[in-house]
Design a binder for this molecule. Structure first.
Ligand SMILES: Cc1ncc(C[n+]2csc(CCOP(=O)(O)OP(=O)(O)O)c2C)c(N)n1
Ligand SMILES: [Mg+2]
Length: 434
């Protein structure tokens, strides 16, 4: 976020106190008191349509009006990604898509316990954002970010076993959807269903690292609906004040269950919210992996420099219902048609082919390879056993020696130990947290 008016000095958090006027002060020159901000927008097209609710009697439906015939934009060249990295992201996106197709089939075969959530149309956002994280960084995915989990090192087999509640799944059959993480090796905090709650949790992870002497990037996601929650404000404001390395990806996929974005917030771009937090905000096309990566990479670098959080608004479309039980009949069909043409995978595939970073032969090989990996994982997941009933009682409560929480980045700098009393400076650190 760059402030345009640079005639007055910035304060510490980016707000402009000199621009304030007391109520008694006459507004002799109202223009002088005005401030303006810019939000970088990396998109190569700005969709121009609106969704309106129509009520007639008991019936409620939605209508879309505007320009739905605009040509499909190209992929924007990345400032940072090389050929090899683009090919890797493309592969993750394919695996993400094909794994969800396999999950849909497993559900229809009655093998899934519970529901299935999809990130169809959002693969670029999940995969390219998680790809920007380093091994020491942390991530807190939401239900649609199964691609992020793959990039972070979970296998398709782990995710499919989880949905089938198998004994060997990450939660050993205790949860039949996406509530799993790995705080030991992959630095993944399990999703929290209560929308927005991951934001303060991830801020806390960044604070923990800070107290251990390191600034790290912590990435989490929130939807256009979830961002309305109070805890989103609290978590992001805390991160902004403490300059914690939170990278908040706001996945504006135009729907929150059956509520269209038009009925969720009155501003045009959710990235504008960043101004109110005093942090940078940026808009990307969530169907373009290069744009998503570049914004995420810059936000992660800023986080690791200890400069604080970034809000990235990724604009795209939820191409299925909320979950498998929801046919999304309330979504106007022309909206699906519009976004289907902006499919992130086929557009990235064409981009790589036209750049000659991928030959069609290598593409076929890559696709066959992903299919083979997935089939092996699916077969292994299906064949693996369900948990023994007796195992249900174990692992519910922490028993002695069950796990140990150790500092990951160093000995806490702000702690007071018996053998080493804190110096006045360290005590101050403990109080002010930074
Ligand atoms: C605090 C809270 N309120 C309501 C819900 C129920 N709920 C779960 S998902 C969802 C819609 C979320 O929409 P959005 O944030 O746009 O994410 P999307 O599903 O589009 O990815 C709702 C209302 C919840 N889990 N937590
Ligand atoms: Mg949404």
């Amino acid at each position: 976020m760059a402030r345009k008016n640079n005639k007055t000095k910035n304060s510490r958090n980016g707000s402009n106190h000199k621009g304030r006027r007391s109520p008694q002060e006459p507004a002799s020159n109202p223009a002088a008191a005005q401030r303006s901000y810019t939000i970088p927008d990396y998109r190569l097209e700005k969709p121009n349509f609106q969704v309106k609710q129509i009520r007639s009697g008991d019936e409620v439906r939605y209508e879309v009006t505007g320009d739905l015939s605009a040509p499909v934009p190209p992929i924007r060249d990345s400032k940072y990604l090389d050929k090899q990295q683009c090919l890797e992201i493309y592969r993750w996106m394919l695996l993400n898509r094909k794994m969800e197709q396999a999950l849909e089939n497993l559900y229809k075969q009655g093998k899934v316990v519970g529901g299935v959530y999809f990130g169809l149309g959002q693969e670029a956002c999940s995969c390219a954002s998680a790809y920007a994280l380093g091994p020491d960084d942390w991530m807190g995915p939401m239900i649609r970010n199964q691609g992020s989990l793959l990039v972070r090192g979970f296998s398709a087999r782990d995710i499919m076993m989880q949905y089938m509640a198998k004994a060997g799944s990450p939660t050993k059959g205790r949860d039949a959807s996406s509530h799993f993480g790995d705080i030991e090796r992959r630095n993944v905090v399990a999703p929290i269903s209560t929308l927005g709650d991951l934001i303060p949790v991830l801020s806390g992870v960044a604070l923990g690292a800070r107290l251990q002497g390191r600034n790290i990037a912590v990435m989490t996601y929130i939807g256009d609906g979830g961002q309305s929650t109070g805890v989103t404000y609290e978590g992001l404001n805390f991160a902004a004040v403490q300059k914690l390395g939170l990278v908040l990806v706001v996945e504006n996929n135009l729907w929150a269950y059956s509520t269209p974005a038009e009925m969720q917030f009155p501003i045009k771009d959710l990235a504008e919210r960043a101004i109110g937090y005093g942090i940078p905000g940026v808009i990307v096309d969530g169907t373009d992996p290069c744009q998503v990566y570049d914004a995420a990479h810059e936000a992660c670098e800023r986080a690791r420099r200890g400069e604080g959080p970034t809000l990235i608004e990724a604009k795209m479309m939820r191409m299925k219902g909320h979950a498998i039980h929801d046919a999304a009949d309330y979504v106007p069909k022309p909206l699906f048609d519009y976004w289907r043409k902006r499919d992130p995978i086929s557009r990235f595939e064409n981009y790589l082919l036209s750049k000659k970073w991928l030959t069609s032969q290598d593409n076929q090989k890559l696709i066959a390879d992903v299919d083979r990996e997935l089939e092996a994982d699916r077969n292994a997941a299906v064949a693996s056993p369900m948990p023994e009933p007796e195992s249900a009682a174990g692992g519910v409560y922490c028993e002695e020696g069950c796990h140990e929480i150790k500092p990951k980045y160093g000995i806490p700098k702000a702690g007071v130990t018996k053998s080493k009393p804190a110096t006045p400076k360290e005590r101050e650190t403990a109080v002010h947290l930074k």
